[in-house]
Write a protein that binds this ligand. Structure first.
Ligand code: TYD
Length: 302
């Protein structure tokens, strides 16, 4: 079914009609830049939307006519982000016990939804799990995010916008590794707990952009006039409140559940660029009128 989690009636109808015992809650507004220009949708979808699913699950799982909880075999997994922990300096890494310190409307909305999920565990006994992951990349990522945006622009010979000094650091997690981690937590995680999921691949943004340029130069050849794609790099105005560095300490999921990322950054980037080269029709279909409007608004005067 395709629907809006902001629609409480629809969400509870789905729970009433289907025998749902497992929720893996991925639905969210996820782009920091969009949250800066339009925070309302983030509050609506990420906070109220999560609340609606929690309420529907509570109704379906914990309010049997007999009054006997039926939720023992159920699972509610909330997929969240490392951005709830704030920004790191040169050293250190986020652990599950790191205090929340969200700094963008996006991360504040995810922090809020995490708190709601955990309150439903403590207050009602809803069988919840929370995962906080680092930056994902891989197939089908919408080209508002750094990696697909740079691949798309570099293919078209357009400027590659790098915010600030390009030295902000993200810990890159290949999407298939993330999916495996989520499945592991769903099947083996301890109810009520949080698990951090990281890619063990910290990179400065400029390194990421260089990697994409070099892979494309090698795979599809240089730009006209024998120009390397690195020449397209354009430093632009920094993001407001730009978090400097994120890094995940994934010791808990590794030691308790045996998960670790299997795809290293170089390999993951080759696979990702390859996927975008093989799926140009998909990129064209998602970079239509509304994307062009978004791009103009975000990058036009930067
Ligand atoms: P992004 O993919 O938006 O993820 P997040 O903000 O959740 O980490 O951005 C990743 C990094 O890349 C972040 O430090 C901002 C930077 N960035 C650019 O330098 N240029 C861009 O055009 C975009 C979209 C992001």
């Amino acid at each position: 079914m395709k629907g809006d989690i902001g629609d409480a009636t629809l969400v509870s109808q789905i729970f009433a009609q289907e025998q749902i015992d497992t929720v893996v809650h991925f639905a969210a507004e996820s782009h920091v830049d969009r949250s800066i220009t339009g925070p309302a949708e983030f509050v609506q979808t990420n906070i109220f939307g999560t609340f609606n699913i929690l309420e529907a699950a509570r109704e379906a799982w914990l309010k049997e006519p007999s009054g006997k909880p039926s939720g023992t075999d159920c699972r509610f997994l909330h997929v969240s982000t490392d951005e709830v922990y704030g920004s790191l300096g040169e050293t250190g890494a986020f652990q599950e016990t790191t205090p929340y310190d969200p700094r963008s409307p996006y991360s504040a909305s995810k922090a809020s939804s995490d708190h709601l999920v955990s309150s439903y565990y403590h207050t009602y006994g809803l069988p919840t799990l929370i995962t906080n992951c680092s930056n994902n990349y891989g197939p089908y990522q919408f080209p508002e995010k750094l990696i697909p945006l740079i691949i798309n622009n570099a293919l078209q010979g357009r400027p590659l916008p790098v915010y600030g000094d390009g030295k902000n650091v993200r810990d890159w997690l290949y999407v298939v590794d993330h999916c495996e981690a989520i499945l592991t937590v769903l099947q083996h995680g301890k109810i009520g707990e949080t698990y951090n999921i990281g890619g063990n691949s910290e990179k400065q943004n400029i390194e990421v952009v260089h990697t994409i340029c070099d892979i494309l130069d090698e795979k599809v050849g240089l730009l006209p006039g024998d120009r390397a794609r690195r020449s397209l790099i354009t430093y632009v105005k920094d993001r407001a409140g730009h978090d400097r560095r994120y890094a995940i300490d994934a010791t808990k999921i590794r030691t308790n559940l045996g998960w670790h990322p299997r795809v290293n950054f170089a390999d993951g980037m080759h696979r990702t660029v390859e996927w975008y080269l093989d799926n140009k029709a998909w990129i064209a279909s998602v970079t239509d009128g509304s994307y062009r409007e978004y791009y103009e608004k975000m990058y036009g005067n930067r």
